[in-house]
Design a protein around this ligand. Sequence first.
Ligand SMILES: Cc1ncc(C[n+]2csc(CCOP(=O)(O)OP(=O)(O)O)c2C)c(N)n1
Length: 626
Amino acid sequence: MKSLGDVLLTADPFSEIVMGDTAIVRAMAESGVKVVSSYPGSPTPEIADAILSIPLEKRPFYFEFSVNEKVATEVAYGASIQGNLSVVFFKSVGMNVALDSLVQLSMMELMGGMVIVLGDDPGANSSQNEQDNRHLCRLSYLPLLEPATPNEVYSMFKEAVRISTTFRMPVALRLTTHVCHAKEKVSFGSLPSSQKAFQSIFDPANGPYVPITSAVFPLKRKALQKLDQVLYDPEAQVVELIANPSVSKGVICSGFPYLSLRESMLNAKEPVNILKLNRVYPLPEKEILAFFDQHQEVKVLEELDDSIEKDILAFAYQSKTLCKIIGKQDLEDSIGEYTPEKVTDIMHKTWPELFPKTIDPTKDRETITPRPAQMCPGCGHRSAFYAVKKALPPETITVADIGCHSLGFLKPYEMGQMLLSMGHCTGTAAGLSLGNKTRPVVAFIGDSTFFHAGLPGIINAIYNQHHLTLIVMENGTTAMTGHQGHPGSGGNVRGEAPKISIRKVLEAFGVESIQEIDTYQQAELTEMVKKAIATPGFKVIIARHPCMLKFMRDRRRKGVVTINPVEVDQKVCNQLYECIDTFACPTFQRTPEGKIVTQHDLCIGDQSCVAVCPSKALGVKEEKTS
Ligand SMILES: Cc1ncc(C[n+]2csc(CCOP(=O)(O)OP(=O)(O)O)c2C)c(N)n1
């Protein structure tokens, strides 16, 4: 069987069932992309997985995980003004990090073209919010395309390249979780017969590229003129129309909600016409006005905010159309994914005579027992939280950051009482410490986050002499998003890479109190934290243990399958339940008779639990092979 990498490098046209996140990689290869950059975040890491499935020496473009989304955007921008077609991709909230540079890009003459691939997350499946990046595209004057299916991801990526290279401006392609992860058969074209060489044509005369003072107005004018050219671009396929002249009701929609609408229409009493927008910014006004003319009522069906509704209402007002425009009807219409059930409910609210109410999707279906998120067996973060909790008086305020360690907020650890964004913890903790002489403040940050956005908060705490304890949860990887490397992990997507020492960084900043420990040494970590919170100033503890999920996977890949699970010595166990109630490794189970047993298919034999047992009943037996 061909590997995914081989499939993606097939020279001639072919069809294959792939995810949206895979289809886009083939589109990049066919389009002659030279540079791709990213910072991981759902729903886009599978784009990186597809790229990395191509062996390094065969990869048709340069790819890197940059330290954060802003840097990734700048890398792609630099490559583009050199004449290379570039791509940057990241998740929804990544756009916030990128924005400070990204907002300038539409004013720049991008000689090679640049596509910005956004992974938005309606439903907040794996994000701290469900922000609607259509607003930020508009703010940044970025033409925005919105595919609904993997086939459209492939074709619209090429369309984005066409627009970007024609007008030398950045173009955004907004994917959402379902579009990224949906699979379907996609028909691909052929690869270019030879690979384009890297260009190095940067010339300041192509700009200007320095948007200060008097240069800003002409640059802004240029950006707006280009947007106008995009609006009137005769080659663009801006909409698809599914229309029957005898139907008086129509729906304007785009992306995933379009698919849900098609599904919901299967049960509709009468069909409605659909104007599906491929380009949602700038909006195709002419086609929308024509759609008004053909209907008595038009529903704007859009997931998340009323971003296009306001424009469509303005078009209706200016055109004095008699068509009735129906937008969102209550605030629930702005919340959550537009699944077929949700769209059916919305369509029922809109036209009850046409759309029956949704049947409860769980009716007659076996319901799945909800499973709370939890840390993996052997996770070093668990040991850390277990130990840190023992050191903290109840009045302590604990600040979480984003990553697997965010799960520390769950019972029984309850470590991390607030969370905002990647890297926020030290700044927020500093604010909590001001004028506060009675309540210790302890913040947690992961190692990838430390490099991504953690450094400014730390520098600020040193510079402004804040009083708090920061615990860096160093597991050597960006665990939460699928084990990508980072500047402290010693490897990048090309292999070995310089490993930046967190300790040395902190020392260079001038942090005076730095302690390091393996998190499995729980008793020592507890003492360390007690000392740190009793000491004034800014203190850092580096609480280290490799991500055990990654460690076990790497071992299995190397063929090591030996697992020696922890056993409970029933003769010694006093059934105090510290392992279940306080350490809470899912490996431990309580039988109906009250006995504690370990579940061998979960236990990885790491023995992080052994020291927590007050009865000393835990240990491993002879070697076993599973
Ligand atoms: C701005 C932004 N980019 C990306 C993400 C996706 N994301 C969630 S946690 C995380 C990093 C986690 O790595 P680390 O800090 O090392 O913590 P770990 O999961 O390893 O404990 C990332 C990239 C995000 N939430 N926000």
